[in-house]
Ligand binder design. Sequence first.
Ligand code: SAM
Ligand code: SF4
Length: 402
Amino acid sequence: MNNQGQIGLYIHWPFCLAKCPYCDFNSHVAEKVDQRRWAGAYERALEHYAALTRGRTLASIFFGGGTPSLMDPETVGRVIEKARALWPQVNDLEVSLEANPTSIEAEKFAAFRVAGVNRVSVGVQALNDEDLKFLGRQHSAAEALKAIEIARENFERFSFDLMYARPGQALEDWRVELEQAAALAGGHLSLYQLTIERNTPFYFDHAQGLFDLPDEDQASAFYALTQDVLDEAGLPAYEVSNHAAAGHESRHNLMYWHYGDYIGIGPGAHGRLILEDGRKVATREHAVPDMWLSRVDERGIGAHPFETLSSEDRFMEALMMGLRLREGVRFDHLSAQGGCDWRRYIDEGHLQIAIDEGWIIMDKGAMRLSREGTLRLNALIPYILKLKADSRAHSSVQQAAG
Ligand SMILES: C[S@@+](CC[C@H](N)C(=O)[O-])C[C@H]1O[C@@H](n2cnc3c(N)ncnc32)[C@H](O)[C@@H]1O
Ligand code: SF4
């Protein structure tokens, strides 16, 4: 895939109404946020990155968080307008925004559309009040349904997120909820298995035995059911956790998985960019909101020094991202990223075993994971690599939601 001429733009809004007990994203609860100051800082940072990416075409903008639906529509509009002024764009520029479904936020959807957003991804998480309460969410199931309705009225393309394999959740209940979700969907759904992240309240509650999680077999059964119900509903997975009808895939997130280039602006955001001198760099912004703002004030950019990616890094990252896709990852793409034949980095003996076990399928110049392989994704990558995989690509996976 050669989308070197195109770039995506990720904007991180780091604030939330409350911190959910399972979440380890860079999100903060602040009493007061000076939106005009933030809009100005995003604009300055955009100018800085535009100077580094001259001649590129903007293909997508993604407002992620945190809770970007807490942004004023004016703030969102200023960012979109500035980006449109700085780069040429594809005709069908995708502009997504992650939204929480409280009534106050859903009421802003129309204003977001006017500001230039053309796709929302709504953080529904569960369709019943008991589970929403357990997950520490600020909205009810009724508000979630209303937000989906408002999303449908305002956007041709929209998505919503659910988390499954919740403590105590029965497989049959998940089937019913999934069928309801498929009926409500606007062409795209993100379905994440609840993971217990270190140092979150859920981590400590779980360690103290306050709740149990499904064991490996149960988690596999949840995953298999999810695939079956959504295949049947015409929303097959195009990535490990993302399902879409044809044409409704998130173009921005596909850019991550195709290992294209994207700018990441805002506290803690990550980026990957090929610079004019041909180096591909990993960018990482300061995570603390005030620090990010003051760095942008001082230098016009809130990033740590860029890290040049070696051809090994590029190979590994392209593999880790590409294997998440249903279409898999092409060998010629891997060779191009690694700057050498792919066999230099892949253990062909182990690859053959993975094929024989039915975990990896060879398909027209690409390798892709079977369902069984997808369940083993994290173990399979180091198994087939001659190199030692690090976890850097995890950050991009985390940034890719909805
Ligand atoms: C970081 S959130 C941002 C969106 C928005 N603030 C929200 O909460 O809906 C993006 C998505 O990541 C998923 N997510 C966050 N933490 C998770 C966890 N520990 N396990 C599984 N999914 C998680 C949720 O489904 C959420 O919608
Ligand atoms: S899940 Fe969403 S709303 Fe909850 S703390 Fe994380 S980013 Fe904020």
